[in-house]
Design a protein around this ligand. Structure first.
Ligand SMILES: NC(=O)c1ccc[n+]([C@@H]2O[C@H](COP(=O)([O-])OP(=O)(O)OC[C@H]3O[C@@H](n4cnc5c(N)ncnc54)[C@H](OP(=O)(O)O)[C@@H]3O)[C@@H](O)[C@H]2O)c1
Length: 272
């Protein structure tokens, strides 16, 4: 019997690449997204079923999980991938943008886990893979709120392992570096709404981020890491994905906090 993966945010980027990779390797895929009408190229795969799911809406999460459990008797893996970036100073963020970022990246992840845990428990186990970011392990300038969400999901995942492992449920984190997707385009929101005292520094940081585009991984490369996390049968918690992320994480672990902070200030033109 083919295994089944339930994916959030499968309309584009990493989620879509994962849907295709798992389907090509013989899995059934519940490819959930806010608007399945946009997933025209996923419809060609007979083992992919597209379904509506907005992670900010509890009813939508429950309905999508119920639908998947009608389509297949068992779900083996939950991939929490839906998410977006919020760039800019904390001081300038509106309450609505702050809430929406946590609703999507953190509470959305909690909702799907809560909805699928009874099934995993009752069916003898499962694997939960949460997409965080290198920004869930290392802080970079002007990403404080996004990083707070991803650090939050990293901590959630580590702690959950202790409560779910007795039921043979593993929780894993895939933490990508830069990935060439819609993330830096339509999926990147800003806290600023007009001029702010941070403008000059924001320009320097944006210029530094845009120079890094050449080092980005592809969605397909990250999907391979997700596949490894889903199938390696180990209790490994974190999979830092992409050479840029691995290099940065190694430096963060090897350097003193003071030296790392000075290096990042220098790299982002913030030391004047
Ligand atoms: N690309 C990077 O550099 C990078 C690096 C580290 C981590 N990540 C993480 O990787 C994940 C996927 O991002 P991506 O790079 O593949 O970007 P992407 O192509 O823009 O994909 C983001 C996905 O999240 C979905 N989404 C957003 N809000 C949602 C909601 N309320 N309910 C359901 N789905 C929602 C989007 O759906 P719609 O089509 O409906 O908008 C889209 O499918 C995110 O969690 C992101 O934080 C990305």
């Amino acid at each position: 019997m083919s295994k089944v993966i339930f994916i959030t945010g499968a309309s584009s980027g990493i989620g879509k690449a994962a849907a295709i990779l798992f389907a090509e390797r013989g899995w059934n895929v519940a490819a959930t997204m806010r608007n399945p009408d946009h997933a025209t190229d996923l419809h060609q795969y007979p083992s992919i079923k597209c379904c509506t799911l907005d992670v900010t809406q509890p009813d939508s999460v429950r309905q999508a999980v119920d639908q998947a459990l009608q389509d297949w008797p068992r779900i083996d893996v939950l991939l929490n991938n839906a998410g977006y970036g919020l760039f800019g100073p904390l001081e300038t963020v509106s309450e609505a943008k702050l809430m929406d970022q946590f609703q999507t990246n953190v509470f959305g992840t909690m909702r799907t886990i809560q909805a699928l845990t009874p099934h995993f428990r009752e069916s003898g186990g499962g694997t939960i893979i949460n997409i965080t970011s290198i920004g869930g392990l290392v802080g970079l300038p002007f990403n404080a709120i996004y990083h707070a969400t991803k650090f939050g999901v990293d901590g959630l995942s580590e702690s959950l392992n202790y409560e779910l492992r007795p039921f043979n449920i593993r929780v894993k984190v895939v933490a990508p570096g830069g990935v060439a997707t819609d993330f830096a385009g339509r999926s990147l929101k800003q806290t600023m709404d007009g001029a702010s005292p941070y403008d000059e520094r924001i320009q320097q940081v944006m210029a530094a981020f845009s120079k890094r585009g050449g080092q980005y991984s592809s969605s397909e490369q990250i999907a391979e890491v997700i596949y490894e996390a889903a199938t390696d049968g180990t209790d490994r918690l974190r999979y830092v994905a992409g050479k840029d992320a691995q290099d940065l994480y190694t430096r963060w672990k090897d350097m003193s906090n003071e030296d790392f902070f000075a290096m990042i200030q220098q790299a982002y033109g913030l030391n004047q």
